[in-house]
Structure formats: C-alpha cells, structure tokens
Ligand binder design. Structure first.
Ligand code: IMP
Length: 207
C-alpha cells in the first residue's frame, strides 16, 4: 500500500504547533483523516533516544499504542558543521529555559543565541553551514514501522530575521536563497524543507 491508498485515520504524533501545521498540510492532499496527539490528549513521551530515528520511534510508538491508530512522528533538528553536528538531536533541549520564578518553557531566541555564541568562539571565518534534518516514523498499532529521513542544507545568519516560521527558522538560510525560513512564506518553506524531503520518500514508498 502507498500513503495515497490509505483512507483511515492517522495520528500526527506531535505537540509542536509549527510541525503540526506543516505535517497537516503535507498530508492534506491525500484525504487522510488526521488528528494530533495534542487533540487526543496524549502525553508527550520523554525523548530519551540518541538519534533522530530513535526519538521519532519513541513518539510514533507512544501515539500508535495509545490511540490504537497508525501514527506519524517527526524528530528533527539543526546540525551545524562547525559544532560537530550539534545541537542535532538536542535542538529542542537547547531552548529549555531554567525556571526560577517564571513558567518553565522554551526560548527559541535564547537557543539561536547559544548556537551563534558557540560559532563566534571559532572566530570570524567560521564555517556557518549546516542542515536541518527530519526523520519521520510511520508506526502501526501492531508495532510495524517505516522510517524516512530528509534534510535541507543551508547556512546560519545573525541576527535572526522573519517571524513566519517557528523554532530556529529566523537564523536558517536554505542553500540558493537569501531569505531565512522565517522570512519566506511557510507554504514555500514546506515545499523545500527537511520535513518535505522526508515526506516525499514516505509518499513514494510501499508499506
Ligand atoms: P524535536 O523533534 O521535538 O526534538 O524538536 C526539534 C526541534 O528542532 C524543534 O523544536 C525546533 O526547534 C527545531 N526544528 C525542527 N524543525 C524545524 C523547522 O522546520 N524550523 C525551525 N526549527 C525546527
């Protein structure tokens, strides 16, 4: 079966609003009835894996088991060449704010600043290239699964520009563009980004 032949319900196993918007929109042409993990009130599992694939499977398995439906999960992140591929699988963690008086939460501006600060330590001629990577896990309630990975190359710019995307979008300039992912229309971003490239493999696959 190909994705286009599936006519049942599918859980989008994410609580991230930016990813959810992209994944819903990628799935929309296939007429699949999608519901998100958040809408089902599913808890967010701990991402204890050390690779995108492991974490995508943790999220996909948790949602597929809890909802008894096929689930599509994404684990993604920014890999910066000069930082040895970091933050990589820890991209979301780098935005984790310490909670003193305020609410704990994620601070993307702080996270982008942390990447920039580490790049700056390498001097003005540092290699600013990197990539966004996405690994999609399609998991069935019985435990069968398939994995599809995609990436997009680009470079990091500073200061951040644009408010159309999410996460690290304002500092990422995809190869061949001058605009950041935060500046281009999100419909355009989701035609060319890492998740779209992984999703294309899912669409072509037989499972
Ligand atoms: P995780 O997959 O839940 O571990 O989170 C990955 C993190 O990578 C997200 O929370 C974002 O900060 C970042 N990220 C992944 N994809 C994108 C993207 O398309 N744009 C900007 N940031 C992204």
């Amino acid at each position: 079966m190909k994705l286009g032949d599936y006519s049942g319900k599918l859980v989008i196993a994410t609580h991230n609003a930016g990813k959810l918007r992209e994944m819903r929109s990628l799935l929309a042409p296939y007429g699949i009835d999608c519901v998100s993990a958040g809408e089902l009130g599913l808890p967010e599992p701990d991402e204890t894996g050390t690779s995108f694939e492991e974490n995508a499977l943790i999220k996909g398995r948790a949602a597929a088991e809890a909802a008894n439906l096929p689930a599509l999960a994404d684990d993604s992140g920014l890999c910066v060449n000069a930082l040895g591929g970091r933050p990589g699988v820890y991209t979301a963690d780098w935005a984790e704010r310490q909670s003193f008086e305020g609410e704990p939460g994620r601070d993307w501006y702080m996270a982008m600043g942390k990447v920039e600060g580490m790049l700056a330590q390498h001097g003005p001629d540092v290699d600013r290239n990197g990539s966004f990577n996405s690994t999609l896990a399609l998991v069935w309630p019985g435990g069968e699964y398939a994995i599809y990975a995609g990436s997009v190359d680009g470079h990091l710019t500073w200061p951040p520009r644009g408010s159309k995307g999410f996460g690290y979008d304002p500092v990422f300039v995809p190869a061949g563009s001058e605009a950041t992912f935060g500046e281009i229309e999100w419909e355009e971003k989701q035609r060319v980004d890492h998740r779209a490239n992984a999703f294309r493999k899912l669409v072509e696959a037989e499972f």
